[in-house]
Design a protein around this ligand. Structure first.
Ligand SMILES: [Ca+2]
Ligand SMILES: [Ca+2]
Length: 643
């Protein structure tokens, strides 16, 4: 017993015991793993029920135990999330099952563990969707597979299986003699007129006298008729009201009938069927008409036989009554009633089966693509040190690699940090246009920026010649300075406000991350700092001339131009013979970025392109989208952002 909701069972069980009429237990009741057995006792006569042969007088009869009305079920905790109750140390149950007392049960339908371990449904209830619900219509009780009214059922009077003696009827849950009669010996008699029981039971009048008004007399009173005179002691009766001499001597009314104005009548709402008064509205044996019997899985309601279960449920006969089962998913009634699934399997679409991709081996559901003991099929045992990859035993992958299979084929060892087919985990293929980086699918450069080589109409602008230009870092090597962004600019889908600091360096790049850095020779893209790098010619350079920055045009179409004016390589203007002049343009509003190369004498292979804020993605600026090349004079590239 490990259920979180185990506290609900004693109450439910107490109701069950009361309904059965069985002696109550002295000790603390134990959780019953199969409370449906208790419900079985409900159908048998019990010591508390009135005896079959001798019924007590109606006035003094103790009330028989009566089952709780179905419309007032005991409160039962309902656990909508039955999976949460699975015991951690219990058997390996399906997510939809409960582990109760060491076995897996379906908490949605199990009458003994309804919604939670030990939450047993009371008699007359069944477990549906994890909650105990009354089986029968309001006012009726399940007895032997039929719904009956214990208040009036002749064969289930007060409790299931209690049949009233002949001559008695069931009223208010008790076997009773007709009005005005009482039990004497084995039958109901009218002691006001019965000469054998005159006044009281067994007080026989002497021969030749008759019983009138409960006394032995010589003549009948006015308005009374002498009946049974030939038997020696006659009876003086009012044939207008006598149930044994109704209308005429010897005309006895049927069980349950009374005599009114000399005619035998059933109680209001009942009809005489086979000698008994029956409520045709709700009697399962006389439903709507005398003798019209409802099926074992039906109840009588308003004179019509109706299934006990909702339209989407099957009526399954189980110990203790019936159960409404979903044959498509009920592990106890899978496909058909009482066809249970093995513990490890669940019922899916009416078939006992393992989860998708699993097979049933040795009493357990396993994945043959990865299970070491059932690799490729039941019994496919891999050797020590091997892995089961896509159903094939194979040596393990190297450190950092994972065995992944595509389309059920043989597995290969991949790096899920970078594999576009298995990004982050096996089988997680990145959508078209995305690449795998750090185990996550990301939009590739070609979809974030569209690079246009040598776009028409893009002319070189030298910022050093523009009005208002500022010159930075002349004669500097591996140096940097922070300058303010003159207008808002959206870079790699991230807004940067006007005034945000931008790193400009003598090594051919600017950095929108605002981190001061004069480093060089880092790949584009790369996750290390600096990030958000815009590199026109990133490498080990030297500012022979000044590095100019200027704003051109008018808002909202201004340009921010950076020009490396006659730069050299490495560390000294005299040693390389390189003369490189090129510009980076940042365009307001359109957020387009452009590189234009004017003079590239003595240029060498350096990094050209963009990287995002994390360095995980990049857009190559070289011909063909490459990130490293020798830019030629006259070359230009435009990066158009794609929202
Ligand atoms: Ca970087
Ligand atoms: Ca340098």
């Amino acid at each position: 017993m490990t259920s979180l909701r185990a506290s609900s069972w004693p109450l439910a069980l107490a109701f069950a015991l009361a309904a059965c009429g069985s002696p109550s237990s002295n000790g603390t009741p134990k959780p019953d793993p199969d409370a449906s057995v208790d419900a079985e006792a409900d159908r048998a006569p019990t010591p508390d029920a009135p005896p079959l042969d001798v019924a007590p007088p109606p006035d003094v009869a103790p009330p028989p135990d009566v089952a709780p009305p179905p419309d007032a079920p005991p409160p039962v905790d309902v656990a909508p999330d039955v999976a949460a109750d699975v015991a951690p140390e219990g058997p390996q149950c399906m997510p939809t099952e409960l582990a109760c007392d060491g076995r897996c049960v379906n908490g949605r339908t199990d009458n003994a563990h309804c919604g939670a371990c030990g939450a047993a449904c009371a008699a007359g209830q069944m477990c549906m969707d994890g909650a105990c619900r009354a089986v029968c219509p309001t006012g009726q009780t399940m007895c032997g597979g039929s719904c009956v009214d214990l208040q009036t059922s002749f064969g289930n009077c007060g409790a299931c299986g209690v049949t009233c003696p002949l001559g008695q009827s069931c009223a208010a849950g008790r076997c009773q003699c007709p009005t005005g009669q009482m039990v004497c010996g084995a039958g109901c008699v009218d002691t006001t007129s019965d000469a054998r029981h005159c006044g009281v039971c067994d007080n026989a009048c002497p021969r030749g006298r008759m019983c009138a008004a409960g006394r032995c007399q010589t003549v009948c009173a006015a308005g009374q008729t002498l009946c049974n005179a030939s038997m020696g002691a006659g009876e003086c009766v009012d044939t207008m009201t006598s149930a044994t001499h109704c209308g005429a001597c010897g005309n006895a009314c049927a069980a349950g009938q009374s005599c009114a104005a000399g005619a035998c009548v059933c109680p209001t709402g009942q009809m005489l069927c086979a000698g008994r008064c029956i409520d045709l509205q709700r009697d399962g044996a006389n439903c709507g008409a005398c003798g019209r019997m409802c099926g074992a899985t039906e109840s009588c309601s308003l004179g019509r036989c109706a299934s006990l279960c909702p339209p989407d449920r099957a009526v399954c006969m189980v110990i203790g009554g019936v159960q409404c089962a979903d044959l498509t998913s009920d592990a106890n009634h899978c496909g058909r009633c009482n066809q249970g699934c093995p513990t490890a399997q669940s019922c899916r679409a009416g078939v006992c089966s393992c989860a998708t991709g699993q097979i049933f081996c040795g009493g357990a559901c396993v994945n043959p693509l990865s299970n070491l003991a059932h690799c490729g099929g039941c019994g496919g045992q891999c050797r020590v040190g091997e892995e089961c990859r896509a159903g094939v035993c194979a040596p393990p992958c190297a450190t950092g690699q994972t065995a992944c299979a595509a389309g059920g084929g043989a597995a290969t060892c991949v790096n899920t940090q970078t594999s576009a087919a298995h990004c982050g985990m096996c089988g997680n293929a990145c959508p078209t246009g995305q690449a795998c980086a750090a185990g996550a699918c990301r939009v590739t450069a070609t979809t974030r920026y569209r690079a246009e080589e040598r776009p028409a109409g893009l002319a070189f602008v030298n910022a050093c010649s523009a009005p208002g230009a500022a010159t930075y870092l002349p004669g500097a090597d591996d140096s940097a300075v922070l300058v303010a962004l003159p207008f808002a600019f959206r870079y790699w889908a991230t807004e940067r406000a006007a005034g945000a600091m931008v790193n400009i360096t003598s090594n051919g790049w600017i950095g929108l991350d605002g981190v001061l850095s004069g480093t060089y020779n880092f790949p584009i893209p790369s996750s290390g700092t600096p990030n958000a790098v815009i590199a026109a010619y990133e490498g080990d350079d030297y500012n022979r001339g000044g590095q100019c920055v200027a704003v051109t045009g008018a808002a909202p179409s201004r340009g921010w131009v950076h020009t490396w004016n006659d730069a050299a390589h490495c560390c000294d203007p005299s040693v390389t013979g390189a003369h490189t002049t090129y510009s980076i343009y940042l365009n307001e509003t359109s957020n387009v970025i452009e590189f234009v190369y004017s003079t590239m004498t003595g240029a060498r292979g350096q990094y050209v392109g963009l990287e995002d804020q994390t360095g995980a993605q990049g857009a190559g600026g070289c011909p063909g989208g490459a990130f490293n090349c020798v830019p030629a004079a006259g070359y230009a590239v435009r990066f158009v952002p794609i929202p």
